[in-house]
Design a protein around this ligand. Structure first.
Ligand SMILES: C[S@@+](CC[C@H](N)C(=O)[O-])C[C@H]1O[C@@H](n2cnc3c(N)ncnc32)[C@H](O)[C@@H]1O
Length: 325
């Protein structure tokens, strides 16, 4: 499996965010800085070439400190160092508090959920069932709990429920039983050991032509990084803040702010859709007419875009109507 370094839905993201001069962009999942570089180069051009300079700011957040550093470098290059870059290492669920405590309000926010190619391509990070590595899967390498710890410590019932819920794996109970049996013989510490155990239960060929280990690895990755809990927390904060902005007392979003979310599976998409549908009913503008997906041209060069869904809204406000462009 290969993962592209190219960001998904790049032109669609720019078309909904529409960066303006002097604006503040917050990237909740900076990754390799693909989207952030595109946005930064437009902010830079609009701030410096059109408006002769300004306090344009790009806030970058990632759990993964090495990705955050890469993204910072990519943004600095794209904006010729002319845009202020604020790095935030940590969970995007904390972004609202970080912005508020710094007195920063965003004109644009993007969250492109999931993992980055650097994480899955590096065997030592333990995300890939195709490469031998430690059973790790932490996006933040300083986090306390890795996948090996979960496999060693959860009960059979807890393992089955994680594999079923986060992996949508119909063999979850049989896989959990096998893992619990195996760990009485010795710890399960590597990606290949786990993958072989799963293949032994499911068979070599899972439905849909995917590797039988795919769903269980996805489930463990989501559990290790509390991915759905983090999305729920971010979306709850977005919901509360957009309603505050509409009532005239926003804390970390500006009136007219554009918010975009890219999801890759239904567990990620559900909380995003629910929140945005509620906000659209409350008066936010739907910028994507439901969802935008990748066109044929992008799918030819970036297979990861196949399952990507973009949803975006604009918060009503003066800035939305007076913004140029
Ligand atoms: C799909 S990549 C983002 C790619 C990025 N948009 C680009 O163009 O390069 C997702 C990134 O989000 C980060 N991430 C995942 N969950 C996170 C969380 N809860 N808080 C902060 N960052 C997170 C991952 O470490 C990864 O670098």
């Amino acid at each position: 499996m290969t993962f592209s370094h190219v960001p998904v839905l790049p032109s669609e993201v720019l078309s909904v965010l529409r960066p303006g001069p002097g604006e503040t962009y917050v990237d909740c999942t900076a990754g390799l800085g693909g989207h952030a570089s595109h946005v930064a180069s437009v902010i830079k051009a609009r701030s410096w070439d059109e408006a002769g300079g300004s306090g344009a700011t790009v806030v970058l957040c990632d759990l993964d400190s090495s990705n955050l550093a890469r993204a910072g470098g990519a943004v600095a290059r794209a904006a010729d160092g002319k845009v202020r870059v604020v790095p935030l290492q940590g969970n995007f669920a904390q972004v609202p508090y970080a912005l508020e405590s710094r007195g920063v309000a965003a004109d644009m926010l993007l969250a492109d959920f999931g993992f980055a190619s650097t994480q899955v391509d590096d065997a030592a990070r333990g995300f890939s069932f195709q490469r031998e590595g430690p059973l790790d899967m932490r996006m933040d390498p300083s986090a306390k709990v890795d996948a090996a710890t979960l496999v060693a410590s959860l009960s059979e019932r807890e393992l089955a429920s994680i594999i079923e819920e986060f992996g949508e794996e119909r063999n979850a109970r049989r896989i959990a039983k096998k893992l619990v049996q195996e760990r009485t013989r010795g710890p399960i510490l590597t990606t290949t050991h786990l993958a072989e155990l799963i293949r032994g239960v499911v068979g070599r060929q899972a439905s849909g032509g995917i590797d039988p280990a795919t769903r269980t690895f996805q489930a463990l990755r989501i559990a290790v990084n509390d991915e759905i809990g983090s999305i729920n927390a971010l979306m709850a904060a977005v919901d509360a803040e957009v309603r505050r902005v509409m009532a005239g007392h926003g804390r970390w979003l500006r009136p007219g702010a554009r918010l975009a979310f890219i999801t890759f599976h239904s567990l990620e998409d559900r909380p995003v859709k629910q929140t945005l549908v509620g906000l659209i009913r409350a008066g936010a503008e739907d910028l994507t007419g439901g969802v935008m997906t990748a066109g044929e041209e992008e799918l030819r060069v970036n297979p990861r875009a196949r399952s990507a869904k973009l949803r975006a809204i604009r918060v009503p406000g003066l800035a939305a109507t007076s913004r140029a462009g």
